[in-house]
Write a protein that binds this ligand. Sequence first.
Ligand SMILES: [Zn+2]
Length: 158
Amino acid sequence: MVDPFSDKYSCILLYHHKEQFLLENAHWVLEKLEQFRTAYVDLPRYTTKDYQQNKQRALQFVRQKVQEFNRWYGYKVNNISVKNQKTRWGSCSGKGNLNFNYKILFLPEDVASYIIVHELCHLREFNHSRKFWELVALSFPDYLEIRKDIKKLCISGF
Ligand SMILES: [Zn+2]
């Protein structure tokens, strides 16, 4: 899957628009360019080797984090696994399995913890309802801010 932020495609497109468009939409263009600039604070490109070398450590990390937060939530967790995905930080199955991207290991601690809590709360609310976000907010009252940070990391869904 092509990450629109990972190459310069979108920026080049902007420059190719007619001058008129730029004049009429200068504010919007500047705002977009600023977004792209911050979006370039991207995770480095990881290889399959990175995955092999770090997946065990990542698994330990997420297990410990799940345990830490679930001490309080007390949900029934089935299996925890770590994968090398391109577009997701984590997921939760109807069977109570939690799955995380191994790159969670390289995120700022609060962002990593938020991702863990997000998936953990899906064990209770298998949706993104208000009730779900209320559960998340019990651990992260500032979850809206963290979600903004995650969007800059270019993996969607959170
Ligand atoms: Zn979710």
